[in-house]
Design a protein around this ligand. Structure first.
Ligand code: AMP
Length: 495
């Protein structure tokens, strides 16, 4: 199928071709004609499916047919759950709208409000906003919605997860009743359907990805590893390749700690989470996108919506408490048809989380053999015993996992509703995780590390070829993700 069959005007086709897109993705093929006709649309599409262009292209075309926005007016409002996603969506609006004479503005919290007020004073054909800041701006009289034609709710499921429902309801009350509504969500939960009923009028339903399916092209694997050994494994994996990697940590504190420790091992990394200022978040993302750092360590909320072209690998340092977040996390790689690799480090305490994830995605995550560590490595945290016990074959014999196996047997007899309830409990915990864990944790005294050295020293060593990194296998370009994984760690020594 070609973009030319979608009734998009030439100027938009030119912008699309300039991006190198040759054919529309399934969501684009279905959403673009429906939106151009002016109907409401409710689309289940995971991130990475091309949904942003799916709504932005027809939105630009429809707005181009009307009058430009007057001062303070907004003609199309795109609501997103996070600042990063808002910035990315507006980038896309600018990219696809390069040949249109439409004005776009993006507003979100964490940065000064006055420049945003100044921009809105002149009016915006398209306003991309996070809910809280938008309400602030409206409260201060910086924007009015009388001329609004189109409302887009992007990542609606995440908006609900993040507790934006009240803000959304308040915003809906401010909008004219007659408007076109477009709702995008990774999943269509019953909550989302309830919300959709209050927003959309006879929406066309589009579902390009079955609910909660993991993107097929992503190779998924897991390592069974003791909690105390996780960092050593992570560091070894990261030092064995030059591939850029997004690492997920469940807590902000954990993300900061990982960045520090990776720095000591000579791995360039930055953290992105809710305690970082907007400038720090923007810089971290920018450094990562421009390959100035190898690793971005993110919490679930901060990572939502991050779109990085050609991201080859995601590592779950911790498994998420809520199974659905696993799908969102691994969806950061394997975007727009590219292959990707998602690895999870699973401690004995997390095995039940992995089982819940497997239930959700309806497939087993392959258990990879741990690398065999040399003496240098085993003198760190991973003991040879652990390495052997964690391999798939030996796992059955390990006495450590027996409690979990028993739990699995019991949980198999449970009605499905209980797993869902457990997930809901975890979701509540998870929403608080980032903050509560950090606040309740007593301050630890800094330990001086005899061997750690400073990052500069570590980098120096690595440059001199003295570090362990220098003898790691070189990055293996051009191989499939799993072949690459196997050749890196398939029983070989990693020193
Ligand atoms: P999204 O799901 O909107 O976050 O898009 C994911 C990625 O797909 C972005 O990096 C887009 O640039 C890319 N993309 C969007 N549409 C297409 C297309 N038709 N062909 C190839 N890549 C695309």
């Amino acid at each position: 199928m070609s973009f030319n069959t979608l009734n998009l005007q030439d100027s938009l086709l030119r912008a699309v071709h300039a991006q190198g897109y040759t054919s529309p993705t399934p969501i684009q093929a279905q959403a673009i004609p429906a939106i151009l006709e002016g109907t409401d649309v409710m689309a289940a599409a995971q991130t990475g499916t091309g949904k942003t262009a799916g709504f932005t292209l027809p939105l630009l075309q429809r707005l181009g047919e009307g009058q430009q926005a007057k001062p303070k007016q907004v003609r199309a409002l795109v609501l997103t759950p996070t600042r990063e996603l808002a910035a990315q969506v507006e980038d896309s609006v600018k990219t696809y709208g390069a040949h249109e004479s439409l004005k776009s503005v993006v507003v979100f919290g964490g940065v000064g409000i006055n420049p945003q007020k100044d921009k809105l004073r002149k009016g915006a054909d398209i306003l991309v906003a996070t809910p809280g800041r938008l309400l602030d701006l409206h409260g201060q009289g910086a924007v009015e919605f009388g001329a609004l034609e189109i409302l887009v709710l992007d990542e609606a499921d995440r908006m609900l997860d993040m507790g934006f429902i009240h803000d959304i309801r308040r915003i809906l009350k401010l909008l004219p009743k007659k408007r076109q509504n477009l709702m995008f969500s990774a999943t269509f939960s019953s909550e989302i359907r309830t919300l959709a009923k209050t927003i959309c009028y006879k929406p066309v339903e589009i579902d390009v990805a079955p609910r909660n399916s993991t993107v097929e092209i992503i190779t998924q694997c897991a390592y069974h590893v003791e909690k105390a050994d996780k960092f050593r494994l992570l560091s070894t994996v990261l030092r064995s390749t030059a591939d850029q990697t997004l690492v997920f940590s469940r807590t902000k504190h954990g993300a900061n700690a990982l960045v520090k420790k990776l720095g000591r091992d000579g791995v360039t990394a930055a953290a992105i989470h809710g305690n970082k200022s907007q400038n720090q978040r923007t810089k971290a993302l920018d450094d990562f996108k421009n390959n100035r750092i190898q690793v971005l360590v993110a919490t679930d909320i901060a990572a939502r919506g991050i779109d990085i072209d050609d991201l080859p690998r995601v590592i779950n340092f911790d498994l998420p408490n809520v199974s659905e977040d696993y799908v969102h996390r691994i969806g950061r790689t394997g975007r727009a048809g590219a292959s990707g690799l998602a690895m999870s480090l699973v401690s004995p305490e997390e095995k039940s989380l992995l089982r819940d994830i497997e239930k959700l995605i309806k497939r087993k995550v392959e258990i990879a053999d741990l690398p065999v560590f040399t003496e240098a490595e085993t003198s760190g945290n991973i003991s040879q015993d652990n390495v052997e016990n964690s391999s798939a074959k030996n796992e059955e014999k390990s006495s450590q996992i027996k409690p979990n196996r028993n739990r699995r047997r019991r949980s198999n007899n449970k009605p499905a509703g209980k797993a869902a309830a457990r997930n809901q409990q975890r979701r509540t915990r998870s929403a608080n995780d980032e903050d509560s864990q950090q606040q309740s944790r007593p301050k630890r005294r800094r330990r001086t590390r005899a061997k750690a050295g400073n990052p500069q020293e570590a980098r120096q060593q690595s440059n001199n070829g003295n570090s362990r990194e220098s003898s790691n296998p070189a990055p293996q370009a051009g191989k499939s993700a799993m072949a690459k994984l196997k050749s890196l760690f398939g029983g070989k020594k990693v020193a």
